[in-house]
Design a protein around this ligand. Structure first.
Ligand code: SF4
Ligand code: ZN
Length: 754
């Protein structure tokens, strides 16, 4: 049977390599071999080629020997009499296909044809979009997005990805398939077509929101663009698995065991799709087709079956939607994805893939908070016998009488009790309300505390979504996710304006108390720091030491979060680190943190400081929100944020710097941090603190203006922010020095930093 696949894959691969060859020859003739070839917003060159061959493709000319290599992988399929059921030739053809496909995409970027976007199509995330030919949408996933999904892949929120190629039986089936995947937080990559029609068109027609925020990335309507899914998988291995380019075996194994991905081939499978499928199989990604194709069942390269055929109309089910459901279930089963789904009793789809959904004014039925009404949420602990578990109460009118697109006051008050609950966990839990409520499709939640702003879409209301469901969501999710500390929970929803007012006052007192508590929570005031080793599955030697005044570098875990997480999962990645003896209070050496780091980094890190970038700085995995780096000429540091794509005075962009800062190694003068560490009095306090910042991405300056103003005052230089340069002032050292001299930046007269 697999001889058939081998023959067709080889035919597809041969055709594609030839096409690549012709395109390249033409491009070189027109533009010259020195013409640069780059994918935008990534530091991994052409990532699949880099990963599988170690070649850093920088010019059209570099692609010539690469294609020779691809050709050498095209072995003729032996005649039937000599045929052995061995996958080798097929896999080689698959690899040749991947190399050729990426080469073609590289050449297409050089050709820079204008993008032909679908009308009304919005792409998520990236600030710049590649210019591509018609049929191409997203292009490569940028490094920022890769890292941010990386965290979710590490902590299990995102189990893996599904690459869907082709076109579903009909639009409804297409929607059902992606909803099933979204509800399981599986990332969805879309590519390909059948007779010109793509699942991307189908979703577009049904008004499904596509983009990074909804976990649906439409790469393009041709088969070739599926290469970006493979590029993503390759970069995951390079970024998080610490692999190097040219280690195909390691990259394949990493993906086989760590990245739970599969291919759903919808509709007819042509030669090129067979060839691409062979490439996917090399990565350990099984292919599930909804048509009749020969299966490859032995479990060698993939952990499970390689190719599964599940003809759509033959799936035993009540109707097409049910068939779609079963198809997705089968794919998940074949790949062996471990999924925990919390059943949330709401009449709309639910899952973290819906967290980023936006409800626009036009689609909105009602809003709470924002400009026209007040809304807040407040969670507090109380005694066991004061909470009636599972109770939801609405106090005041529903929104039936509020006009369409109107606004209404809302207070969500959550009472919890639990034997392991502590007052310190109240804010940790309260912050979850944002994620939990946002998980419902058609509901948008922004802000927290008394700046909460919630919108419910018309669509959700038509499906029956009601105030009551806020309670249902919160109760289901708190029990599921925080069952270890929350035994009982009840929710009261206030809409009665007078009661909203009263409870708001109570809530504000609590917010205030919590703020003061946080300000008092200094590194000196506690006995334990916390570790975070969550990222070790990607960066095996990295450990974050999280202190009250220094949060984890991803920005997602502060000291209280870690403390709560330890209660929830006592053998998990967040362990208390008894501080032990303080060796040096200025640089921040404690016997406890040093010992812990030495052990948890498997001896890679000998010694670690909490407050210095120059001496034994803390290591970084790859998730950092910002990079801090010494600029020796300026006697200070620059801070570059992940959002900033511009050049920096260090002569490198964020993505290039990220390669130096990550990987769990200590590099004095370079450090990855969470952006809120910048506001801490302990921010590189051993080296002079915030006043050392001479250059900072404007994104940070703007988005944290309030916080930095307070810091500048605390540091005794109220106009400090104006004296710090950003990328609009200068992007090289000479300009920076001029700027600093003119502004009389304090770093110019501080002690020499190194
Ligand atoms: Fe990773 Fe550190 Fe964030 Fe933990 S705190 S998830 S180790 S970056
Ligand atoms: Zn990390």
């Amino acid at each position: 049977m697999s001889k058939y696949i081998a023959t067709r894959a080889l035919r597809g691969a041969t055709g594609l390599v030839r096409e690549a060859d012709e395109m390249l020859t033409k491009a070189i003739a027109e533009k010259g071999p020195e013409t640069p070839v780059v994918f935008p917003n990534t530091a991994y060159f052409l990532p699949t080629i880099l990963g599988l061959t170690g070649r850093e493709i920088e010019t059209l000319g570099d692609l010539v020997p690469l294609l020779e290599r691809a050709k050498s992988l095209l072995h003729p399929v032996p005649p039937a009499s000599l045929w052995k059921p061995y996958l080798g030739e097929t896999l080689d053809a698959g690899v040749a296909t991947l190399l050729a496909a990426e080469a073609i995409e590289g050449v297409r970027f050089v050709n820079g044809v204008q993008p032909e976007l679908f009308p009304g199509f919005e792409m998520g995330g990236a600030t710049e979009y590649p210019h591509l030919e018609e049929g191409h949408l997203n292009g490569p996933i940028d490094d920022i997005q890769l890292r941010s999904w990386g965290i979710q892949l590490v902590d299990g929120r995102m189990p893996g990805f599904a690459a869907i190629v082709g076109c579903a039986k009909n639009n409804k089936v297409a929607v059902q398939i992606v909803r099933e995947l979204q509800q399981r937080s599986i990332l969805i990559f879309l590519a390909g077509n059948v007779n010109g029609r793509s699942i991307i068109h189908q979703l577009q027609e049904e008004g499904v929101e596509m983009g990074y925020d909804t976990y649906i990335v439409p790469f393009g309507t041709d088969t070739l663009s599926a290469i970006y899914a493979i590029g993503f998988a390759t970069r995951a291995a390079l970024t998080f698995g610490g692999m190097k380019g040219g280690q195909p075996r390691n990259i394949f194994l990493y993906n086989k065991f760590r990245v739970f991905a599969f291919v759903l081939a919808l509709g007819e499978v042509d030669d090129l799709k067979y060839a691409a499928a062979a490439g996917a199989i090399s990565y350990g990604f099984p292919v599930i087709a909804d048509t009749v194709i020969p299966e490859i069942l032995p479990t060698g390269v993939t952990r499970y079956e390689h190719v599964i055929s599940m003809p759509f109309d033959e799936i035993e089910a009540d109707d097409d939607l049910d068939r779609a459901r079963k198809l997705v279930q089968k794919a998940i089963e074949v790949r062996g994805l471990k999924l925990q789904i919390t059943e949330v009793p709401v009449p709309v789809p639910y899952g973290s893939a819906f967290e980023g959904e936006v409800v626009r004014k036009n689609d909105m039925r009602i809003e709470f908070g924002g400009k026209y009404s007040r809304a807040f949420e407040y969670l507090y602990m109380t005694e066991m016998d004061k909470v009636e578990d599972g109770k939801i109460e609405i106090v005041g009118a529903g929104f039936d009488d509020v006009p369409d697109k109107g606004a209404m006051d809302l207070g969500i008050v959550i009472r919890v009790a639990g034997r392991k609950m502590q007052m310190d966990f109240e804010p940790v839990l309260e912050r979850q309300v944002h994620y939990f409520i946002n998980g419902a499709s058609g509901i948008q939640h922004i802000g927290q505390r008394d700046i909460t702003w919630i919108r419910i879409s018309k669509n959700a209301v038509e499906k029956g979504f009601d105030l009551n469901h806020f309670g249902e969501i919160l109760i289901a999710r708190f029990h599921a996710d925080f069952g270890a500390i929350v035994d009982k929970i009840e929710v009261t929803i206030y809409t009665e304006p007078k009661l909203v007012e009263e409870w708001l006052a109570t809530a504000r007192k609590a917010y205030d108390y919590r703020n003061r508590r946080l300000a008092d929570l200094t590194d000196e005031a506690v006995d334990d720091f916390y570790s975070c080793t969550l990222c070790q599955s990607f960066a095996p030697d990295h450990v974050c030491v999280v202190t009250p005044q220094r949060l984890g570098l991803c920005g997602a875990y502060n000291w209280l979060d870690c403390k709560a997480s330890f209660q929830i999962n006592p053998t998990g990645p967040n362990q208390p680190i008894p501080k032990g003896t303080c060796i040096d209070p200025v640089k921040g050496y404690w016997t406890g943190s040093t010992e812990f780091t030495r052990k948890a980094s498997h001896g890679t890190v000998e010694d670690v400081t909490m407050y210095s970038i120059m001496e034994n700085p803390m290591t970084a995995c790859g998730c950092f929100e910002c990079i801090v780096m010494l600029i020796p000429e300026a006697n200070g540091v620059m801070v570059v944020s992940r959002e900033d794509v511009s050049m920096t005075p260090a002569g490198m962009t964020f993505s290039t710097l990220a390669g130096m800062a990550g990987g769990g190694l200590q590099t004095p003068g370079v450090m990855g941090i969470g952006k809120y560490y910048l506001t801490s009095p302990k921010f590189i306090s051993a080296d002079g603190g915030f006043k050392r910042i001479v250059w900072m991405s404007s994104f940070l300056k703007e988005s944290m203006a309030e916080e930095f103003k307070a810091v500048a005052e605390r540091e005794g230089v109220p106009d400090l922010l104006d004296r710090i340069a950003d990328e609009t002032d200068c992007t090289e050292v000479d300009g920076l020095l001029e700027f600093l001299a003119e502004k009389e930046h304090p770093a110019m007269t501080m002690d020499v930093m190194f």
